[in-house]
Design a binder for this molecule. Structure first.
Ligand SMILES: C[S@@+](CC[C@H](N)C(=O)[O-])C[C@H]1O[C@@H](n2cnc3c(N)ncnc32)[C@H](O)[C@@H]1O
Length: 333
């Protein structure tokens, strides 16, 4: 039975311009709260404005950033096995798709035996989504949602036709950006939006040599530093901040207890910044940091346990031999 395409049509197509007024207010409120904490923080989702998304794309090409290539090798080798687990007429939803470059392998595997698969990429970056829609139109019917993960899931499953199985993709070890306990909460919430038999393909970077992990987040040509510093640039552009970016330094740290790489911005001097839209004056002492992102690293057993705790069974796990990274296929029960 074919599904009417209109069931997946999104009324508000992705915006390719800056944030809406409501999003700007939310951005300002979060920046105000997070820079007022004893350990200053900024939420990593704000790294991905137009420039940040372009910088992230460039990072995935760095020799030091092996994650993306490992993810892609696994997807290209196992796309057929993955597609076979999901009965027709399946739809594919991707959380944090970015431009969806690697996803082509999966979409093509569905297309071999069926007509174009329905693909719903969800991302906070409208520019990345616009590229995704353009680049993957030859292999899928693409219905992008410029929303955060769970809001996007709610929109997508709200339009889900009866009897349509779903494959959810969460690639690139983006799950590692959540605190471990938050990751479990998130996966439970995701599971609640699914039906038994729906599948989740989750790519996760494994614990490996410390220096190898750190180099992936502190490359010698400074792309990751630019990606990190751009967050302050974005606050200057969109919220009327006056950060002097030259007075901050990118830092990547391995936190052994939490098994994660943390990105920070270290203040080089005592300084004060003002952010008009947040009505915030923020003071920094020399050496103090803003914590901007965490990338948790995983063990294989831990991922199996997470599946069990969040309402999934593990159907398959594939590990890349060159860069320890795992693609896990979970099925909702
Ligand atoms: C680490 S990148 C991974 C991109 C791509 N999936 C890959 O594997 O290369 C994370 C992606 O998630 C998006 N993102 C970050 N936080 C998000 C959120 N809360 N909701 C939706 N998308 C988010 C970013 O814009 C970015 O495209």
């Amino acid at each position: 039975m074919s599904t009417p395409a209109s069931a997946w049509l999104k009324t508000d197509a992705p915006r390719t311009d800056a944030l809406t007024e409501a999003h700007l207010r939310e951005f300002a409120a979060e920046v105000c709260a997070d820079l007022s904490k004893p350990q200053k923080e900024l939420h990593s989702k704000y790294l991905y404005d137009e420039l940040g998304s372009a910088l992230f794309e460039a990072i995935t090409r760095l020799p030091e950033y092996g994650l993306t290539r490992a993810d892609e090798r696994l997807l290209s080798s196992h796309a057929r096995d993955i597609a076979q687990v999901i009965p027709a007429p399946a739809a594919v939803i991707e959380l944090g798709s970015g431009t969806g470059e690697k996803t082509r392998h999966i979409l093509e595997a569905f297309t071999i035996s069926r007509s174009k698969v329905r693909y719903v990429p969800i991302d906070v970056s409208p520019k990345a989504l616009a590229r995704c829609q353009q680049d993957l139109a030859d292999v899928a019917e693409v219905y992008p949602l410029a929303q955060s993960y769970l809001d996007g899931m709610a929109s997508a499953v709200g339009r889900r036709p009866a009897e349509q199985p779903l494959l959810i993709l969460f690639l690139g070890s983006t799950i590692g950006n959540f605190e471990r306990l938050r990751a479990v909460d998130f996966l439970q919430a995701l599971r609640r939006s699914l039906r038994p038999g729906d599948a989740l393909l989750i790519g996760a970077d494994l614990v490996k040599d410390r220096d190898q992990m750190l180099r992936a987040y502190d490359d010698p040509i400074g792309l990751t530093a630019a990606f990190n510093l751009n967050l302050l640039g974005r606050i200057n552009r969109e919220l009327g901040g006056n950060f002097d970016l030259r007075n901050f330094q990118h830092e990547a740290r391995w936190n052994e207890a939490e098994r994660r790489v943390e990105m920070h911005l270290r203040s080089r001097v005592d300084q004060t910044a003002f952010i008009v839209e947040a009505d915030l004056t923020v003071q920094f002492q020399a050496g103090e940091t803003i914590w901007t992102e965490s990338s948790h690293k995983f063990e294989l057993d831990e991922l199996c346990e997470m599946a069990g705790r969040t309402g999934f069974r593990v159907q398959a796990q594939w590990v890349d031999p060159d860069w320890p990274f795992v693609e896990s296929l979970w099925v909702a029960h």
